[in-house]
Write a protein of this length. Sequence first.
Length: 220
Amino acid sequence: MEALKTLIQTRFKTLALILVAVSFSIVLLMVRMKLNKSFFFLFLIWNVFLAIIPYTITMYLSTKAHLSKLKLVLGFVIWVLFLPNAPYIITDLIHIRFGSKSFLWLDVLVVLSFALSGLFLFYLSIIDMQKLMNSTFKKTPTKTITTAIFFLCGFGVYLGRFLRYNSWEIISQPHYLFKDILIIIMTPFQNINAWLFTLGFGMFLTVGFWMFKNLKHQDD
């Protein structure tokens, strides 16, 4: 309990920003539901909840004063499995084509607000994990691993958006998931869209992180 209290105190500003961002997104969604009399975008609340999980994991790991290498590795694996859920919300922009044309601008604002919240949580979690790796594994090539994670997330988002896989299906249906992954890897020219999406989304996350980290350093 004391560790949790200390964590909240040290991250009060960041947690307050997350609360404001998510609350604003929910308020926009409620306005949208009232005007359109539709609950279509209600799934965004679930998506942002999934986006919070990776940041919760890195926050929890950060509370451990003497984090063992084994615990960090196990935490890292679980974290990577859930991490694509945070930037995944960006692809929810494809749903605005199903909205009301008269309130199209509002649909864009609703999805973008949730997407930015997810991206904010994503980059905060990445920075946390970098610090954990640097403190636990002194000679870890953190920048190289981080870049690889961005492209892995791009691939994970592709699996979720276009093949409709969820993070927990690596446990519930691993044979189907790994079969599709193997097909994409073994037949790259027949799955060119998967590779293009992975490359494009990975580069988007990489450039965004570079901008985010540089701005954060200026504020610090």
